[in-house]
Design a protein around this ligand. Structure first.
Ligand SMILES: [Cu+2]
Length: 158
């Protein structure tokens, strides 16, 4: 018993463990999406490479083939680094901004070979917005093909 009494590090270790757990949990906060409106109701993946933005059916996105988002839905757009391993652009870095009226702007983290995915989450059509545009903010190979991902909000009720 005396042995146990003299060695009573347990509460202190517990306290340290709790502090450590909180520290680790709080580390996750900066990785939350740029605009957190709660749980996404719709998740869409967009691939990014030097040829442009591509949808889940491998179709090139742009003004003639815009991404369509339903009004009022919280949408999580995940951009995925998709450069070909045999291409010079494999060493490239992209960072995608999604902008709209009234100064609305959200941005992904930097996308590159070792960090291929990043998402932005926002409510489509919030404040009556009808369209958005996504583009790469960095000087990259193919930047002229990564400057106009058109996004249309469909199904407005007003
Ligand atoms: Cu880019």
């Amino acid at each position: 018993m005396a042995f146990i009494d003299r060695n009573r590090p347990t509460p202190r270790i517990l306290a340290l463990a709790v502090i450590l757990a909180y520290a680790l949990l709080s580390l996750h906060v900066p990785f939350a999406s740029a605009s957190d409106h709660g749980k996404p109701e719709l998740e869409i993946t967009v691939r990014v490479n030097q040829k442009g933005f591509f949808d889940e059916k491998n179709k090139l996105l742009g003004p003639s083939h815009p991404l369509k988002l339903p009004a009022g839905k919280v949408v999580k757009l995940t951009f995925v680094f998709d450069e070909d391993i045999n291409s010079l652009a494999i060493g490239d870095v992209h960072q995608i901004a999604v902008v709209s009226d009234g100064g609305f702007s959200v941005e992904t983290e930097k996308l590159w070979l070792l960090h291929k995915k990043s998402s932005v989450t926002f409510e489509a059509g919030e404040h009556g917005r009808t369209r958005y545009r996504a583009y790469c903010t960095l000087d990259c190979i193919g930047m002229e093909r990564l400057n106009n991902l058109a996004i249309e909000v469909v199904g407005h009720h007003d």
